[in-house]
Design a protein around this ligand. Structure first.
Ligand SMILES: [Zn+2]
Length: 352
């Protein structure tokens, strides 16, 4: 009798474990926190950034939160999906262009203001990169000096006087900087539990890197502004061969893109050097197909949806629509799901 009772209890415990495991299915959410391309500004669109959240059903995929790039307005977009700077485990930069970095000062300031005593924020980016033209792209200097305007204005001293637990060096003090040398081979640059982030060198400006996040729920690649190492035609494609390798077998590819309508031979007035260093939408569709991607999230759209101009450049035949980007990507042969990015576009895997 006693044995039967014990068996029954054991079976109930086992069933409870199984149903907990079933409830706790891993999940991944990828949200575009900004989709604006380059220095231009248009209609409230935020600067480039991608929020990656991983967890399971029991925490609504919110156990680990990672930000990739932080263009203008990233903090506002994060707040719209309920994420505050204190929750971020790490932020990764693809390159040192303002449209990918200028939102970081707000994130760092807010975390310093309210969470100076909490864990440091890992900032992951390239080591200093020397351009053949003689200048140096430096993520480490960018980060070290992120709070300088607020130190100069006196605000940092004033706020420390109010609360002595705030770190003495200002917003830069909340950062744990992790730099790596971008290489043509994939390297792991950060990990936490079941989440692993790898990087590869890619071409746009010196120090540009692309990232891949692998989790038990799936994987996402953030290409950034990568383009081909051969910077002008003739070449096989405008996309990056390294990003293609990094993306092989991934579920989601988030990538900046330039619509073919802006080609320098098409009266846009855009300089060839700017046009050719981005990945064209049709070439990206072809690359996503070759890599076996399921979801292609187009972001950093040049030009923006509905814009009359892209900064100083004409848009031949007028503003572009979502359909114009979709058809350009499909012309490359991609048959998966295409998300023409607007701020807060989201893909969840598994889908609900
Ligand atoms: Zn950019």
């Amino acid at each position: 009798m006693r044995q039967h009772f014990l068996l029954a209890v054991a079976s109930m415990v086992w069933t409870a474990c199984l149903s907990a495991a079933a409830q706790a299915a891993p999940c991944l959410i990828v949200t575009l926190t900004g989709t604006q391309s380059g220095p231009p500004i248009f209609n409230g669109v935020a600067g480039a950034g991608t929020l990656v959240r991983y967890g399971d059903d029991s925490n609504n995929c919110n156990a680990v939160q990672l930000q990739f790039d932080a263009g203008r307005g990233s903090l506002l977009r994060m707040s719209q999906v309920g994420v505050v700077p204190a929750q971020l485990k790490a932020i990764f930069f693809t390159h040192m262009h303002s449209d990918h970095t200028e939102g970081f000062s707000e994130i760092a300031q807010l975390r310093w203001n309210y969470n100076s005593t909490g864990p440091k924020l890992d900032v992951v980016c390239s080591v200093n990169a020397l351009s053949p033209l003689g200048h140096t792209l430096s993520c480490s200097k960018f980060v070290q000096h992120i709070g300088d305007p607020l130190i100069q204005s006196g605000e940092i001293a004033q706020r420390i006087a109010e609360d002595k637990t705030r770190l003495p060096g200002g917003p830069a003090d909340i950062v744990n900087l992790i730099t790596f040398e971008p290489k043509n081979d994939v390297q792991v640059v950060w990990s936490s539990g079941e989440v692993k982030v790898s990087a590869i060198r890619s071409n746009h400006i010196p120090g540009h890197a692309s990232y891949r996040v692998d989790t038990p729920a799936g994987s996402v690649v953030i290409g950034g502004d990568a383009g081909n190492d051969v910077v002008t035609p003739p070449r096989a494609t405008s996309t990056s061969e390294q990003v293609e390798r990094l993306a092989r077998g991934a579920d989601i590819l988030v990538h900046s893109t330039m619509h073919p309508v802006m080609a320098p031979d098409n009266t846009s007035g855009m300089p060839a050097s700017i046009y050719y260093r981005q990945s064209g939408t049709t070439d990206l569709g072809a690359m996503a197909k070759r890599a076996g991607i399921k979801y292609l999230m187009l972001t950093h759209l040049a030009p923006s949806l509905g814009a009359q101009r892209h900064g100083p450049y004409r848009i031949p035949n007028g503003p572009l629509t979502e359909a114009d980007y979709k058809s350009a990507a499909m012309a490359g042969g991609f048959e998966g799901t295409i998300v023409v990015g607007v701020d807060l576009s989201t893909v969840r895997i598994p889908a609900k």
